[in-house]
Design a protein around this ligand. Sequence first.
Ligand code: UDP
Length: 483
Amino acid sequence: MKPHVALLASPGMGHVIPVLELGKRLSTHHNLHVTVFVVACDNSLQQTSQLLNSTNHENLLDILLLRSGDISGLVDSDASIVTKILVMMRVSLSSLRSAISAMKCRPTALIVDLFGTEAMAVADEFNMLKYVFITTNAWYVATSIYAATVDKKVLDEHTNQKLPLKIPGCTPVRFEDTIEPLLYRNDAVFYWYIRLGMDMTTADGILVNTWEDLESKSLGALRDTKMLGRIAKAPVYPIGPLARPVGPPPVSRKDAVLDWLDKQPTESVIYVSFGSGGTLPAKQMIELAWGLEQSQQRFIWVVRPPSDHDASGSYLTADNGSAGFSDYLPDGFLKRTHNVGLVVPMWAPQAQILGHPSVGGFLSHCGWNSTLESIMNGVAMVAWPLYAEQKMNAAMLTEELRVAIRSKVWPSERTVERDEIEMMVRRIMVDKEGLAIRNRVKQMKNSAIKASSEGGSSYNSLSQVAVDCETSLQCLKAMAQGG
Ligand code: UDP
């Protein structure tokens, strides 16, 4: 009998997509029986169901939807998206418990994503191993664990005096790049964040969507008992990159965006997208539209209605926002650019777009899944971080890995004007600089493929998790037989 593991994904495409990829890898590379629990709220249900149907073609996974129902009575309507997701996760715990209890073949391990750490208590109740899967990178893990355990004075210096957060053994986090919850010291989101950092240290292991060669410094610090290893306690397993693979297009493919891409020259198109929920202020949208037009480069832009208050405004919704293009794009923009550009409302087949040979650049909000999808397809980036840990990701991409360029000031601080946007697009798509960056990304892609292939560092790391699940199964069997 194969060891059985259960995975728990919180609402939002940025979590569900990598959790499903992890499930597929555990099933195909490591021969485990995998059940994935996916928490969905009413707003995200339709989009989540579509994703699940399109992902599980080969029936590699058992997938169970846990509906969080209506949480409006439990949380203020203006609470942060993180608070809302965590409340949804909390109300789903009883369904998770019932579902596990009803299983004939109990899973030996529960792997939860970042927002699911409260469910580790359910794993304890059923004597299961418990792992946290961080869908972003090791620098984030190091920052969270350090922030959760360090003296309050150090956090005050960082957020009030704007000094860098000096994490032992890691690149310091500059104030202007810092992770969003640290800026809201009096909001529930700060306390959630600290608790999530603490929770990580109580797991049997922390799985991270990264690989050794990409983040050797942060990974080394997390393991070194003279540095973060002393507080991280849990072993850290870099198991990435887990990104949706792009196979050859099906013969019957029907997608207007991909058909349009087929007609464009190699590496001539810049793809512009802000993840599953990112939105821009109205004024910024106008500048972006003009910047793209002035650059005279081909583009695909995934457009959502503007929001002046909340950069993660569409995170759990998939409303069709096409109706009002003319309300928020410059007059005549669509007409003037119709030969070179495509504007897609709300959602586009991103993995296939980035995997298409006509795409050479990606203006991205630097969500970690988007970042990995770009690297895995050798696409150079313009970093445009908006919220959460995206400024840290963007700093890493532009300064350490040098696979992206950036605006002078982060877009979340000041409107980036059309001339600067025009220049960034041309730098990445036309100039020699863009070519050099593309070459670097392609080298990084090769190191990622090596890490994930049989015998590679990420492959071996995940094998270790699979072995621990097998060992736990044998122990449980021996106990059941009174051994
Ligand atoms: N995505 C997509 N189409 C879109 C927008 C996003 O397929 O129009 C996918 C994208 O490929 C990635 C995920 O949604 O896998 C977004 O995750 P990421 O970590 O980049 O950002 P988040 O949405 O969590 O901010």
